[in-house]
Design a protein around this ligand. Structure first.
Ligand code: SAH
Length: 263
């Protein structure tokens, strides 16, 4: 009997219909697949049934690794890695792969940011997160729900909505419903000259979203422009010098970050 660990975000999905629907959102056949957090292997089994070229499954909990080794003995296609996905280096991953994960929810943002860095190698993804998290991620620019993480992720991937999964479909059930969606690489991020600086600019702008961006950004140690200089850049871009972050689209954040001087 497996004991589920809250600290690892373990919520197991065993409804075969839902699992089939998740897997059908990505091209598995003959592709190299990376699964994060296989748990007891329910998704893993369906992935293997869909005949991938290979499957690397990365699981942090060594108790789960034991379960997986027993469930899939001597499988030539499956490579189980007992590790924290956040510590995995690109050299441990295939050149091109499809990413599949019922994410450990406590590190959703860290995992998505890591995926942005791997964008060039990703064919497609199917991901499950908390429903509320998806809503924030998918918020349109200019709306109240919009957030720095939404702007950042959408600079690398298009968010393709999927479907809701009720909390009662899991064991043990999480507190809220989940949502399955796909992130498909786009080309927007190719114009970003410095990812880290770009991320800092977005985060800083949204940290005081009701204040004027020019004022908030000018106080950051990593920006060397004055408030007036930043206002002038915003005006040149077609905004008021007193613009707030909700008004800017993704491309506007890229232009702004590329025009600002780094400290
Ligand atoms: N895919 C399974 C389990 C999902 S629960 C299912 O749908 O039934 C999330 C899984 O991620 C758990 O097995 C948990 O142990 C694992 N996990 C948590 N943190 C992790 C990390 N940093 N790296 C890899 N796996 C992790």
């Amino acid at each position: 009997m497996v004991r589920y660990k809250k600290s690892f975000g373990q919520h197991i999905l065993s409804d075969h219909k839902i699992i089939s629907k998740i897997i059908s959102m990505v091209p598995v056949k003959n592709n190299q697949i990376v699964e994060v957090g296989p748990g007891t292997g329910n998704l893993t089994k369906h992935i293997l049934d869909a005949k991938p070229a290979s499957l690397i499954a990365i699981e942090k909990d060594t108790d789960m690794i034991t379960v997986l080794e027993e469930k899939f003995p001597d499988n030539q296609i499956l490579n189980l890695i007992s590790s924290d996905f956040l510590k995995i280096t690109p050299s441990e991953l295939p050149e091109k792969f499809v990413f599949i994960s019922n994410l450990p929810y406590y590190i959703t943002t860290d995992i998505l940011i890591k995926l942005c860095g791997l964008k060039e190698r990703i064919i497609s993804t199917v991901i499950m997160t908390q429903y509320e998290y998806f809503q924030r991620l998918n918020a349109d620019p200019g709306t109240k729900q919009n957030s720095s993480i939404s702007i950042f992720i959408k600079s690398f991937f298009d968010v393709i909505p999927g479907f809701k999964v009720k909390k009662g479909s899991f064991f043990p059930p999480p507190k809220i419903d989940s949502y399955v969606f796909s992130l498909v690489p786009n080309t927007i991020s190719e114009n970003i000259s410095d990812f880290k600086f770009y991320n800092s600019i977005i985060r800083s702008s949204f940290s005081k979203r009701r204040k004027q961006m020019a004022s908030v950004l000018s106080k950051e140690s990593f920006v060397s422009n004055s408030k007036n200089e930043i206002s002038e850049i915003l005006v040149k871009m077609g905004f008021s010098g007193a613009a707030r972050p909700e008004e800017l689209a993704i491309e506007d954040f890229i232009t702004l970050a590329n025009d600002l001087k780094q400290q």
